[in-house]
Design a protein around this ligand. Structure first.
Ligand SMILES: Cc1cc2nc3c(=O)[nH]c(=O)nc-3n(C[C@H](O)[C@H](O)[C@H](O)COP(=O)(O)OP(=O)(O)OC[C@H]3O[C@@H](n4cnc5c(N)ncnc54)[C@H](O)[C@@H]3O)c2cc1C
Length: 227
């Protein structure tokens, strides 16, 4: 190789290595920056005291009365008592606002009754973000991870970390699922709970002896948070 080309190649390699290291360092710093959340304590894990709502008739009466007097007026009216409405109502009430919530059927009778009840960070949005190069989906993953962290901090009695295992029956799926979970771990930065890892077929069957062993090649273990 001519000396000029060798110098050029060496310089290019050095520049490439330095830029990759800088980009990796900056990415790591970005993903791990932001507010640090205090660890949960015995006190914060204690559920709030039990509360029985007033009878339905009394609540409807209070709502009607609020139209006539400034003293009984509500600051916010939330329409719909699904997960979103209930969350908005709790958040607003905990900030000292007077909140009314109306529901036309029954609480959590809509989509919220069908939910898998996982406070997830959005692995499937990450799949979309990567395959469809969709930045909005990426932002959604970051937001979901951040919100999960806040949720676990503010209401630790409602959810907890639960290890989950995904059995794999095709060899090509091993690097696919593993790299997907690892990318998710990386993006989660300090919001991550436990790093995902690969399990051999033997280990997977040891954990779940009822798994179909025919064609099983291994498993990916990660964590989720049920409510
Ligand atoms: C199969 C499935 C699994 C899912 N799993 C998960 C999961 O694991 N984790 C997760 O985070 N999300 C999950 N989701 C998504 C999640 O369930 C929804 O995002 C969430 O339940 C939406 O809640 P919502 O309050 O916006 O809607 P809804 O639960 O539909 O609530 C809307 C409420 O408004 C009421 N309403 C509508 N109009 C009026 C009106 N005019 N006056 C009064 N009341 C009204 C309705 O009766 C209803 O009760 C899942 C969804 C599905 C379908």
């Amino acid at each position: 190789m001519p000396p000029a080309l060798r110098t050029f190649t060496r310089r290019t390699l050095t520049i490439l290595t330095l830029s990759t290291a800088t980009a990796a360092g900056a990415g790591y710093f970005y993903l791990n920056s932001g507010p640090a959340y205090p660890p949960t304590t015995h006190e914060s894990r204690r559920p709030p005291p039990p509360w029985s709502p007033p009878p339905r008739a009394a609540m409807i009466d209070a709502l009607k009365r609020s139209a006539n007097s400034e003293d009984t007026q509500f600051d916010i009216l939330v329409v719909g008592g699904g997960a979103t409405g209930a969350g908005v109502a709790v958040d607003a009430a905990s900030r000292g606002l007077r909140v009314a919530l109306v529901e036309r059927e029954d609480f959590a009778s809509g989509t919220s009754s069908k939910s898998t009840k996982l406070v997830h960070g959005g692995v499937r949005y990450l799949q979309k973000a990567v395959f469809e190069l969709d930045y909005e989906q990426y932002k959604l993953v970051r937001e979901a991870l951040r919100e999960r962290r806040v949720f676990l901090q503010t209401a630790p009695y409602l959810s907890h970390m639960l290890p989950i295992m995904l059995p794999i029956y095709k060899y090509w799926q091993v690097p696919y699922y593993w790299s997907g979970c690892k990318l998710y771990d990386l993006l989660a930065g300090k919001e991550n709970m436990e790093s995902s890892y690969l399990m051999s077929k033997g280990k997977a069957l040891e954990q779940f002896p009822m798994l179909k062993s025919d064609g099983l090649v291994g498993a990916v273990a990660s964590t989720t948070t049920p409510v």
